[in-house]
Design a protein around this ligand. Structure first.
Ligand code: ZN
Ligand code: FE
Length: 254
């Protein structure tokens, strides 16, 4: 049976995600940006949170762990590499581990770059991926703790997912990412089509998340650092890591 995903805005520009397995009655929150809001969203659906799945240690992702655990007694799974920083983890996971929500299975991928231990939860059977701050619609996370080579390799794992995988990014940054993407890849017709779509969504106050792997492969400059035309547009040729580094540095000062 397919899980139900419930998404809602949290804090300034985060998204909260609850994933519910109707067969077992289990519910997980992906990260904990705002404990009170997440508990209220679960209660309004008649769901009880039984698990937390953390992507990385940043407070807008793990800051509500203790409060949600205190309220529900849930089990907390998170990145092995960030256990010390998060402090509240019951189970430590990394590349290739499986995390189960009843009969729904997520596979863990290590995606260092934004933070050193960042992980993504992919649900191949249901073509869903919870990517935290690794990949955004038309963007990617800032490299606080990783190198361009690491982040390009992490994005490579996401690039390899099926194109119709729904990608749940943790922030609504799409319009500002669009402005930057147009500045480096303005000759890409797929980017213009994507831009029209997300501008219309935001004008109606709707989220641009989830996106899909196929849409990001077509329009996201950080996913396209191996594209010869984009490389030429940023004064690079051939080396995808160098092109990625250049695009990321330009974004940092955009
Ligand atoms: Zn973060
Ligand atoms: Fe974040």
């Amino acid at each position: 049976m397919a899980p139900i995903v419930h998404m809602f805005p949290c804090l300034q520009d985060n998204y909260g995600f609850l994933i519910h397995d109707p067969a077992s009655g289990e519910t997980a929150t992906i990260d904990t940006p705002d404990a009170e809001r997440i508990l209220a969203e679960a209660a309004s659906r008649g769901w009880k949170i039984t698990q937390i799945w953390n992507t990385h240690w940043h407070p807008d992702h793990a800051g509500g762990n203790a409060a949600i655990k205190a309220a529900t007694g849930c089990r907390i799974t998170g990145p092995r590499g960030e256990a010390d920083k998060i402090g509240t983890l019951d189970r430590l996971v990394g590349e290739g581990d499986e995390v189960a929500l009843g009969g729904v299975v997520a596979r863990v991928m290590d995606t260092p770059g934004h933070t050193a231990g960042h992980i993504v939860y992919a649900l191949p059977e249901h073509k869903l991926a919870f990517v935290g701050d690794t990949l955004f619609a038309l963007g990617c996370g800032r490299l606080f703790e990783g190198t361009p080579a690491q982040m390009w390799a992490s994005l490579g794992k996401l690039r390899a997912l099926p194109g119709d995988t729904k990608v749940y990014c943790a922030h609504e940054y799409t319009l500002s990412n669009l402005a930057f993407a147009l500045s480096v890849d303005g000759r890409n017709p797929a980017l213009h089509a994507y831009g029209d779509r997300v501008r219309a969504l935001r004008e109606r106050g709707q989220p641009t998340v989830p996106t899909t792997i196929a849409d990001e492969l077509a329009a996201n400059p950080f996913m396209r650092a191996d594209d010869p035309a984009l490389q030429a547009a940023v004064g690079q040729s051939g080396d995808a890591v160098e092109a990625f580094r250049e695009i990321r540095e330009r974004k940092n000062v955009f």
